[in-house]
Design a protein around this ligand. Structure first.
Ligand code: AQP
Length: 346
């Protein structure tokens, strides 16, 4: 059976990159798969508390991401929406995987290098271990498909390496338990669509990011129509007209980004967007993009606002999702303990 898992951190400023790179695909996959979508609060706390904001912010942001999932169209009754800290098995399996993953593998992770920056001695151990916790998020549900943005590709490869090493190290025991040749699947990243890596509106070479100090660098999912319009109008471009062919976007990161955003919001390929707007000026293209973005994003912003204020409802979605997630996760932990030879009450 195919199962989808993915997560989003409750670290504030949920933006168009999170939406087009990940959440849009979460919504699509629920038509064909059983899906588990997680607000990864244990991941959020890997950065300094001054950055994740402390308890009030964490509560607010957890409810906001949950609201975004529902507002974007994920059905919390058919699928599971929950927050990571309510299912203890994520952290438990992460410990086991800490003993499977190799230091050399983690030393290659580029996100750690970027997020730790120059002051690496001062980074939390959790930040370093982030990809191992992510592997356990996915594998505790034995998920087969993981919709993510391009930036998470390397972490998915590590997840597969961990799954494979566990399967190899314990292959005899897995077989002896009657679990076949391999216990964990090797999960596939689902990185699709014209906007798998949305770039900053101020600099086409930088990823659109929650932590960029300039609010003009990103479109937040909570932005109103005026904010969306202003940010798109001010978005950096070059002076040339839009190219007529996709090839022409290659040396022009800002143009490529805006065309990719348009294509993703309109649900058409970039080539089709260029066949409409190629040869024209950015001003005309941008005003069409404003209309499209407002049409697609305003209803989500409105619904997010309404839902994130309704703590009773949002918290009950998370509680019910956690209860359902925990059943699956507990089965996996039991099997892992049996496979590894950890004695338990039967
Ligand atoms: N710019 C992006 N384009 C496409 N996809 C993106 N994702 C993030 N940024 C982009 C995808 O969104 C999902 C949730 O990501 P996260 O909660 O881990 O957020 P993040 O990657 O920490 O977000 P930022 O904005 O990049 O935060 P900072 O500023 O802390 O670095 C993931 O699937 C991710 O790929």
């Amino acid at each position: 059976t195919q199962r989808v898992f993915s997560g989003v951190q409750p670290t504030g400023n949920l933006h168009l990159g999170n939406y087009l790179g990940a959440i849009v695909n979460f919504v699509k996959l629920q038509e064909t798969h059983n899906c588990i979508y997680c607000v990864v609060d244990l991941h959020a706390i890997t950065v300094p508390v001054t950055v994740w904001g402390g308890p009030d912010e964490l509560r607010r942001n957890t409810r906001e991401v949950t609201a975004a999932f529902i507002a974007a169209g994920i059905d919390p009754q058919k699928h599971i929406i929950f927050n990571q800290s309510q299912v203890a098995e994520h952290a438990e399996l992460a410990w086991v995987f800490n003993c499977v993953a190799r230091l050399g593998w983690l030393n290659r992770m580029t996100q750690f290098k970027e997020k730790a920056g120059k002051d690496r001695e001062n980074a939390s151990i959790g930040l370093y271990d982030y990809p191992v916790l992510m592997a356990s998020d996915i594998l505790v549900y034995r998920a087969t498909h993981v919709p993510v943005g391009e930036d998470q590709k390397q972490h998915l490869e590590l997840t597969r390496d961990i799954a494979q090493k566990f399967n190899n190290d314990f292959s005899a025991s897995i077989a002896a338990q009657g679990l076949g040749d391999a216990y964990f699947p090797l999960p596939e990243p689902v990185i699709t669509g014209p906007a798998t890596r949305v770039m900053s509106l101020r600099d086409g070479t930088k990823k659109m990011s929650k932590s960029d100090p300039s609010d003009y660098s990103r479109i937040n999912l909570t932005d109103d129509a005026d904010a969306i319009a202003q940010k798109i109008r001010k978005a950096k471009t070059d002076p040339e007209p839009l190219p007529t062919e996709e090839k022409g976007l290659e040396p022009r990161p800002e143009a490529d980004n805006l065309v990719g955003i348009f294509a993703a919001l309109a649900g058409k390929p970039k080539a089709q967007v260029l066949s409409e707007f190629g040869g024209g000026q950015f001003s005309a293209f941008k005003s069409n993009l404003v209309d499209l973005a407002v049409e697609k994003l305003s209803p989500i912003a409105g619904e997010m606002k309404r839902l994130s204020a309704d703590h009773g409802y949002v918290d009950s979605v998370l509680a019910s999702g956690s209860d359902r997630a925990r059943v699956i996760a507990a089965e996996t932990m039991t099997a892992v303990k049996d496979i590894m030879g950890m004695v338990r009450k039967k």
